[in-house]
Design a protein around this ligand. Structure first.
Ligand SMILES: NC(=O)c1ccc[n+]([C@@H]2O[C@H](COP(=O)([O-])OP(=O)(O)OC[C@H]3O[C@@H](n4cnc5c(N)ncnc54)[C@H](O)[C@@H]3O)[C@@H](O)[C@H]2O)c1
Length: 369
């Protein structure tokens, strides 16, 4: 394979991140086929043409089925609202394309199952946009855990908080419609669950709660009911007897992109916050008590693949760089390499955990995933 033809569906927040990743991946990693930005699609021909010109795509269309049918396209990035993922990803896989689909898979579990079945049938690479697992800091944490640096892990706690819906007068959008799913649970909690999947394996059982801080939001001159829950909390039981907890909130004033991970072991603990995504904190209970304290390790060229972006330490990676690493992971899967990524099989396990948490909330009991 000398060239990969890329099709992009959706050009909003994540669409731009995918476009930047496809643009940068060969320059960063150097070892990929050539990337050809073949065609992009958005809801209107005008928007699609404008974004194709901005992002450097050769063609544009407002018909996503036409994009998928395009023989010049080998891989399709799906960055549309959640309820559109299943139809688009399945059609792409059935047309013989590889797929990079944004998280969550789909609001309905049956649709996520159909997506996974289509991926298995197709034999094509199919991964999800779980970018946070791609951080060199998370790989470093995994290495520390594998080496037993903090002893046997007994508890992991992950909080994900942002404030983009904190204002009760933030306008209604697709994110507040029931068609998008439960809300913070499948919008946010899936990210902590992807980190747990990467670091500890699949969740075994859950207990959950969800909350709706505001009943309605401005919409077309009036107010429209909020159909989703912007806050969710879950207790988790993980492999090896590890206890876990996740707290997620889309209405958390002051928090811009916090994903605070705390991992407690018998001999120390590790902490990480996505708002300082180049830093890993480690506390080891060793030596004289008066000398004990947190060490902060700044990610640099020794923490791969930081070195592929820039040779100098101290300059730091950003969110879009995680997307470039994710894009390289997808290309690796296309080339038959084993790479770190949440594929549709692993993504389905995350969806199972999400629906189990919602069931636990409804029924007020622990649910086996
Ligand atoms: N991985 C992450 O960290 C992350 C962050 C934000 C969003 N997301 C996910 O990305 C997806 C998109 O979210 P977003 O914030 O980019 O939304 P957005 O609203 O900014 O963008 C969605 C885009 O899809 C387009 N679209 C809608 N219907 C379409 C159709 N029928 N055909 C073609 N295009 C269509 C819209 O016009 C818009 O350009 C969601 O699934 C979301 O959960 C992931």
């Amino acid at each position: 394979m000398t060239t990969i033809g890329v099709g992009l569906i959706g050009t909003g927040y994540m669409g731009k991140c995918h476009a930047l990743a496809w643009t940068g991946v060969k320059a960063v990693f150097g070892d990929t086929p050539d990337i050809r930005l073949a065609s992009l699609c958005d809801a209107t021909p005008e928007l699609a043409a404008k974004k194709a010109a901005e992002f450097g795509f050769l063609k544009s269309t407002a018909d996503w089925r036409a994009l998928i049918a395009d023989p010049e396209i080998d891989v399709v990035s799906v960055t549309t609202p959640n309820h559109l993922h299943a139809d688009m990803a399945i059609a792409a896989l059935e047309a013989g394309k590889h797929v990079w689909c944004e998280k969550p898979m789909a609001p309905k579990y049956a649709d996520a199952e159909r997506m996974t079945a289509a991926a298995r049938r197709s034999g094509k690479a199919a991964i999800l946009g779980y970018n946070y697992i791609q951080n060199p800091a998370i790989r470093y944490i995994r290495k520390l855990l594998d080496e037993g640096k903090i002893g046997a892990v007994n508890h992991v706690r992950i909080e994900m908080d942002e404030d983009f819906l904190a204002d009760p007068d933030q306008p209604h959008s697709w994110r507040s419609e029931a068609a998008a799913g439960y809300g913070a649970l499948d919008d946010f909690a899936v990210h902590p669950l992807s980190l747990i999947s990467t670091l500890f394996g699949r969740v075994e059982s859950v207990f959950g709660d969800m909350a709706k801080p505001y009943p309605d939001r401005p919409h077309q001159g009036g107010r429209r009911a909020v159909e989703t829950f912007d806050i969710a909390t879950a207790l988790l039981r993980l492999p090896g007897g590890i206890s876990g907890a996740i707290h997620v909130n889309r209405c958390a004033w002051g928090r811009k992109g916090r994903i605070f991970v705390q991992i407690f072991g018998g001999r120390g603990m590790i902490a990480f916050d996505q708002e300082r995504l180049n830093e890993v904190q480690i506390y080891l209970a060793e030596g004289r008590p008066e000398d004990q304290g947190f060490r902060v390790i700044l990610m640099g060229p020794a923490h791969r693949p930081y070195d592929r972006f820039i040779v100098a330490p101290g300059h730091q990676l950003g969110f879009n760089d995680l997307k470039v690493i994710e894009c390289r992971a997808l290309i690796g899967r296309i080339l038959g390499e084993e790479t770190v990524a949440i594929d549709f099989d692993e993504g389905l396990a995350i969806e199972r955990a999400v629906h189990a948490i919602a069931q636990a909330y409804r029924e007020g009991r622990w649910v086996t995933v």
